[in-house]
Design a protein around this ligand. Structure first.
Ligand code: BTN
Length: 257
């Protein structure tokens, strides 16, 4: 995949711009990168705090030609690509279904995939936000979020990773795994790559919230299209297509009682 990068100083949302460009006929591989977003979006209508130079704010236009049943695998593919890009900088992240990158259970990256119909067929926009610095985190997320700078400092590796260098590394991995996904054995290969990088694949106690309803169970692998299999405590097997997953900690056993 050929990659072209458009840089912005300030933008409302790189996803909004990428959606607009896709509708105008942009080629697959167009990337939008901004130093700051004024209306950064997260999943489920949440705000993605996007202070200047505190994060990588990145979106890519894709025009997948494979069977639409596998479209959800694009988000898993992106999680795998971010995982490997972070690994190049010495950061070993976990992937929480469907596509949050966590370090020590704190979020370092979020991914928002959005689709749109265009004259050239369906386009998928993959928006990726990676925290570069923690200094601008508002108090409500400082407990649950981390950044590349914070993790490198904690590991005794002073130094920064610039957004541009990270974007370059990320586009390399996105190209690689997207081409893999588009190959005949691609869907199974992406599920396998995801399995290797995620502790959430199986045996994890989680609470899943879907449309306000919470279910607790144990993860039991992924379906071919990326849906999470959840074995509930009453023995049912649920296929989770969308929703928020949170780890459930085992209850503490008190000595003597
Ligand atoms: C989430 O975890 O809720 C997803 C967050 C996605 C944030 C990125 S930042 C770049 C792109 N532009 C946006 O408005 N959102 C995504």
């Amino acid at each position: 995949m050929d990659v072209t990068v458009l840089h912005f100083d300030t933008i409302d949302s790189t996803n909004t711009e990428a959606l607009k460009q896709a509708r105008l006929g942009a080629e697959e591989g167009l990337c939008i990168v901004a130093r700051q977003q004024t209306a950064g979006r997260g999943r489920h209508g949440r705000v993605w705090v996007s202070e200047k130079d505190a994060g990588l704010y990145f979106s890519i236009v894709l025009r997948p030609k494979f069977d639409t049943q596998y479209l959800p695998l694009i988000t898993l593919m992106a999680g795998v690509a971010v995982h490997d890009a972070l690994s190049e900088f010495g950061i070993e992240a976990d992937i929480k279904w469907v596509n949050d990158l966590l370090v020590g259970e704190r979020k370092i990256c979020g991914i928002l995939a959005e689709t749109t119909e265009t004259d050239r067929g369906i386009a998928v926009i993959v928006g990726i936000g990676v925290n570069l610095k923690s200094s601008n985190f508002p108090p409500e997320i400082s407990e649950t979020a981390t950044s590349i700078e914070e993790e490198l400092t904690a590991a005794g590796n002073a130094g920064n990773v610039s957004g541009d260098v990270l974007a370059e590394t990320l586009t390399r991995y996105l190209s690689y795994f997207y081409v893999l996904l588009d190959s005949p054995e691609g869907p199974a290969a992406i599920v396998e790559e995801w399995r290797r990088r995620s502790s959430y694949f199986s045996g994890k106690r989680v609470r899943v919230v879907q449309e306000g309803e919470a279910v607790i169970g144990t993860t039991d692998g992924l379906e071919q299209n990326g849906a999470l299999r959840l074995r509930t405590d009453d023995g049912q097997m649920l296929m989770v297509q969308a929703g928020d997953v949170e780890r459930v900690r085992p209850e503490r056993m008190e000595a003597g009682g």
